[in-house]
Design a binder for this molecule. Sequence first.
Ligand code: HPA
Length: 241
Amino acid sequence: MAVRVAIIGGTGVYDPSILSHIREEVLETPFGRSRVKTGTYQGVEVAFMARHGEDHSVPPHLVNYRANIWGLRLIGVKSILATAAVGSLNPEMKPKQFVFVDQFLDFTKTRSQTFMEKGVVHLDMTDPYCPELRLILSRAAGDLGLEYHARGNYVCTEGPRFETPAEIRMFRQLGGDLVGMTSVPEVVLAREAGMCYATIAMVTNFAAGISPTRLSHQEVVDVMAENAANLRRLVMRAIEL
Ligand code: HPA
């Protein structure tokens, strides 16, 4: 059976235990290797990939986004649900709420954003995040009574450091709602590969200068862990729909 749906698990999401009959595969791509676990959920063949590795050893600027997306394409994936821990710049988007991102602002610096090493490709980015999948996620969150926002503008920084308060003020003036380090180029590559891609952003904190306390990676991991059960329910419900 072809794998149609993939979950890319971000920070705090390493556990493919919703799947049964799990197999681990190493995928060889022109851009290097990627690792994936495949299994079934309610009769649907689903792939699970831990973006930062299962031991969280790969920082955001060193993730091999091209090998990951190409690898998922190789096994037939058509739709990707990606999870992402994010900071919030928007007072309405509060810690533990979900946001089904619809736009991004790209502040990355060193990452390749295309599979095409020759020739010219200008990819349309009007709807970078798949509107159909976003609708499914909103329905799933509504069914489960989870707090969510149906759209949001994700500012992607290079990382791995967190932002300065001055950067956060600038991002807010530019219309950003959320800040994270991984959605670009993942969403761009998925679009180039012709896949339907959506991000489930989970707010873990208010961003630097908005939060009264200094941010740590541990705080992000702790909030993700507190909401892991909700995230799992959301993903399961979305796959059922
Ligand atoms: N900034 C960048 N990335 C993040 C944050 C943040 O505040 N929180 C979780 N991921």
